[in-house]
Design a protein around this ligand. Structure first.
Ligand SMILES: C[S@@+](CC[C@H](N)C(=O)[O-])C[C@H]1O[C@@H](n2cnc3c(N)ncnc32)[C@H](O)[C@@H]1O
Length: 268
């Protein structure tokens, strides 16, 4: 079977034509255990990263209204639910291309008031089924490194944003300190795959460190966002750079000119 590890669990290989299909199969395979593993592998830090990203967003947008928001690659919904809670009057659409993750979202947040307000849709980020300039805000957390075509995904996000709109991307990145970076690689290259194999999911948790290596470094991601047409891009580091919130604005017609910020902002 293509795209499988020795225990039969899906192992997507970047560059192969079946990559997108295998990423979907992989998330179908891990959907039930996704949240538990996420909390364990991040040592609980993921509970802080998403709210902190929205805190940074508020400062970046400086009170601009959010009427329509899209959370892309919503998975089991933690960011989408937070976005809906943060902007209670906004119409928020949560999109993912894996049905099993969307099913898990419904199950997991069944008692949440926000679920009733949220719209769910199944679609790929490489071809978003929305008109140009439909959203004030597009968010995505831990999705970027899974796209078969990063430039195309960024172009799609940019396309569906209105002038004055913002993209928020939360992603795992390399820590800034060399000593901490060595620990980070040892953890993702050895510990996480070992934990995955013990849980019967060798493929997905071998894929995780490979997907991190395939993602361009922080500065190159900022440059890719600028090339996709974002006028102001700010990387906000969290947890010594283990994750970065990239905030990217689409200039409003009245804004005088494009201003890019390449250096990291803040560090929590
Ligand atoms: C690591 S999970 C992150 C889920 C969620 N955003 C979170 O913060 O926990 C990545 C999600 O992105 C989805 N995904 C990956 N590639 C995608 C694509 N091309 N289009 C839409 N969704 C995609 C997967 O199905 C999965 O649910």
């Amino acid at each position: 079977m293509t795209g499988a590890s020795s225990d039969g669990s899906p192992f997507p290989r970047r560059g192969e034509p079946e990559f997108e299909r295998d990423v979907r199969r992989m998330f179908t395979h891990i959907a039930r255990g996704y949240d538990g593993f996420d909390h364990l592998a991040s040592m609980g830090n993921d509970f802080l990263w998403r709210p902190r990203a929205l805190w940074d967003l508020d400062r970046f947008r400086a009170g601009a209204p959010v009427e329509r928001a899209l959370d892309l690659g919503c998975g089991t919904g933690d960011l989408a639910i937070l976005v809906q809670r943060h902007f209670p009057r906004a119409s928020v659409i949560a999109v993912d291309f894996t049905s099993a993750m969307l099913a898990r979202l419904r199950q997991r947040h069944a008692r949440s008031r926000e679920l009733g307000r949220l719209s769910l849709a199944r679609a790929t980020g490489l071809r978003l089924p929305f008109a140009d300039r439909s959203f004030d805000l597009v968010t995505n957390a831990f999705v970027l490194r899974n796209f078969a075509d990063l430039s195309r995904a960024l172009a799609e996000i940019r396309r569906v944003l209105r002038p004055g709109g913002t993209a928020l991307t939360l992603e795992i990145t390399e820590p800034t300190s060399p000593a901490f970076r060595a620990l980070f690689h040892a953890y993702f290259d050895r510990v996480v795959p070992w934990m995955g194999a013990a849980a019967g999911s060798a493929g997905p948790y071998r894929y995780l460190p490979e997907s991190l290596k395939a993602l361009p470094p922080r500065d190159a991601l900022v440059a890719a966002m600028q090339s996709a047409g974002f006028s102001r891009v700010e990387p906000h580091l969290q947890s010594m750079g283990i994750v970065t919130t990239f905030l990217a604005g689409v200039s409003a017609p009245t804004e005088p000119g494009a201003q890019a910020v390449n250096s990291p902002v803040g560090q929590g």
